[in-house]
Design a protein around this ligand. Sequence first.
Ligand code: GCW
Length: 661
Amino acid sequence: MATLACLAADTASGAEIEVPRRSSTIDRAAAELRRSLPHLPAAVMLATSNASHLALLDLDTRALGHEGYLIREVRIGNRAVILVTGNSDVAVLYGAFALLRHVRASESTAAINIASAPAIPLRLLNHWDNLDGSVERGYAGQSLWDWWTLPDFKDPRYDDYARANASIGINGTVLNNVNAKAESLTAPYLAKAAALADVFRPWGIRVYLTARFSAPIELGGLKTADPRDPAVAAWWQAKADEIYRLIPDFGGFLVKANSEGQPGPRDYGASHADGANMLAAALRPHGGTVVWRAFVYADTDPTDRAKQAYSEFRPLDGKFADNVIVQVKNGPIDFQPREPVHPLFGAMRRTRLAAEFQITKEYLGFATHLAYLGPLFEEALDTPTGQAPGQTVAATLGAISGVANIGRDRDWAGSTFNQANWYAFGRLAWDPKLSSQTIAREWSRQTFGNDAQVTDTVTAMMLRSREAVVDYTGPFGLAHLFGPDHHYGPGPWIADLKRPEWNPVYYHRADSDGIGFDRTASGSNAIGQYAPTIAARLARPEITPPQFLLWFHHLPWTYPMPGGETLWSAVVRRYDHGVAEVEAMRKQWATLKSRVDAERWAKTDAYLGIQAREARWWRDASLTYWMSLNHLPLPAGSPPPAHDLAWYKQQRFPFAPGAPH
Ligand code: GCW
């Protein structure tokens, strides 16, 4: 083995790490293993599949593609080594992290033989970070990017951020908010972005930027940003050329256009495809991609908001350039605790699609509530589209984006358990077939160690947590009942906001007789946007999955639920259940006091206390309001709300974090 650079050896375990060829990426892979050497039971070789040492092994790595890895115990010469290989340096890096995960979870490498390749090629984080250091819908402190000291100072946390992301296979990051400022495309900010790109590059992570569509006017002094105007196209071409001189592997632009006041091609009577394709042409010579969001709804469109993105984008199928990806939120409204999947998945066969999830918990209790999102991601990715036999949402995706929950907080994500959502997003983006339970166990062991009682308790808490939030904020498919602007806490009574579809009353449509949004043929017919087999199940309340009942149907409060109770009584029971679930999580966490370090135990305990109080608030405020409409009594055994409706309506939260400014 004279030709091997032996990067590290641990005399206690005898383990060593061998690399036939070094590179900045492979050195990082080796360093990750070196950090964990005490856990490594055997020698490890990190080598790309074309290394001459591997020639005799006759490995077939074609199915691994560019990023997939293979980990296998092999004999090289007369020695047994654990080989970590793949067709590129970054594949070897992913393999090294997979080996660490495996060792952590199973404490053994006996007969190890793992081959894995990502199911979705582009796996992005979307930061909603502003140039002033604030983060829209961020609950983990200021932006990690210190725009003020970049590019001179590269905070070591940038490297740790990239390590964490590489360990779960994230391969791109959009640095700035989709509500974009044109300044992010000026030379000083491009230099800052380039400095971050330099840090991330060895970890296989490309930098993307959001692009404000009107930048040619704001920065270029043009009179228009009309995508059909040659001067506009030329401005973007020059801008792309400038970016690629600084960031040769720049990923591309993410664009929010004609949505919630952002400028876009519709301002000029041009289509979303016209706008996206103009930017795509500017990036094409450099190999860049335009990620164009389908999150659009307009106050000029009186139809159901849930239908608007489909209505606007479905007719454009086939019209987007091949370096455009249309990014669709997981559900048709807006990152609610539960939504049915967006009807565009599977319906745009000639367009590359991305699914956009929100890792930050804008509508699930901010940083303080414990809500493990693995089940939410899994539920959406596994949903059949009905558009092709056996096709799930995951199978339609060329990319996946997660709105990041990362900030400068010491624990990165605002709480220990929020880290699990970042982790689960990456793991499912790589392999949507993983179960959220497997991921929760894996995360718990890597976070809290291998104490079986901790793993079992933490996993059980995590798995029930998201459903608890659904129950105490909006059971049976109720959604968008949040206080305005900050989205913190209940506001189902709100009816006076400027745009109708900003008001909670628009979504629940409750009155003295009933509750729910009729999206069947007798109502908005949003169900008509789904494939016929799916639509058929949603057409009648008796066969609609109960978790979506009031999303698709307006029903009397007295509607008989399966089992005989009335809808009203079932609704109350779910609110009560949500509150009880949080109390149960608190009790479970209390049993771990001596088994988890004091700092993390205490913060989680305090946060569960906040969550218990706020779950009760949600339940009480919502029930008080529903009762003011239906005048029905609470079923026996359900406690009366703590305050009257006026009290809940009076609550104000002027400094709630994360609201746009
Ligand atoms: O959920 C909403 C948020 C906005 C956000 C918007 C979007 C970035 O309340 O803060 O803006 O979605 O996804 O564009």
